[in-house]
Write a new protein. Sequence first.
Length: 391
Amino acid sequence: MNSQHIETQAIRTQIERSSFLEHSNPLYLTSSFIFEDVEDMRASFAEEKQRNIYSRFTNPNTSEFVSKICKLESAEDGYAFATGMSAVFSTFAALLNSGDHIVSSRSIFGSTNSLFTKFLPKWNIETSYFKVNEIDKIESLIQPNTKVLYAESPTNPAVDIIDLEILGKIAKKHNLILIIDNCFATPYLQQPIKFGADLVIHSATKLIDGQGRVLGGVTVGRADLVREIYLFARNTGPALSPFNAWILSKSLETLVVRVDRHCENALKVAEFLENHPKVNTVKYPFLKSHPQYEIAKKQMKLGGNVVAFEVKGGVDAGRTFLNSIKMCSLSANLGDTRSIVTHPASTTHSKLSVEDRLETGITDGLIRVSVGLENVNDIIQDITQALENVD
Ligand SMILES: Cc1ncc(COP(=O)(O)O)c(C=O)c1O
């Protein structure tokens, strides 16, 4: 089975059929499962049998979704969560103790940053940060109590790339747990475990659903670590709902064809923007001008669906651009069939100091485009007319 291609695994990984011999997997909307007798119940709770007990622990739909992600990421085991953030939080809460230390990339998703700066310190867990272009400084940040090395690549929203192979080597040398948020790449474009990651996290809300319908998250990787995460989640309740798991498992069946087209459209948008007179810079992993182009080529199959560009004229120009957009959506999500534009400096990252913003690559005029699946000429047409309004 492992020799099957990713498209086949995403379609043909299926839990056991019911007595109706359905072709497409049904939805198991049940909170609990029944036992034959008291001995069956005892043995099930003692984990002498592998079976569903209660949908906070496992459910056939979540199991199918998790086994697909495990195959696509070459992971041993996993657990599915209600959101990407519950996956991030539960992973750290399960694995860290009071007094532990994290070394993390500075360019991480806003809520993950809040977890590190506002919440984990309440349990005496501190974080030190490295900039994406300073991975040579990582080793100097490692302390005797450092337990986790954490990063995202490509980063949100500046689309920087971090060399996963180097992170893998550092983690191994210092016996750290390497955790990679692989949300922007999806398991189709990048498999961090191959570069030494111990755990991989996804917000399934993005390209894995791909149609802007449901929230979900998943952590996969080393079985011993996933066991700790499972025990934490089983007792604290951040489980993915069976309905959302069913949706996400169906979505995975089309992941490869969707992501291929997303990437094709995104590259065309990036190439168009690169030649536009009102644009200072464009960042897209598979553009030769990207500062980490060679690393992106080494670790990613294609460049992903997010393009970041810096419109000339700073914050005001960024706001004018967004106000002039007609077809693309102004929305906080990404990885949808619908193209989405955001201006981080005046919205999602407006509370950061200018210095902190710039450190994570968020310049005043930075626009993030989550390139969707509309005809690419219509996407480029909308961006063109919006740029005409920028002075
Ligand atoms: C890189 C990254 N990680 C995690 C998350 C959190 O995911 P969710 O919104 O599903 O909780 C997001 C959401 O945008 C994200 O972009």
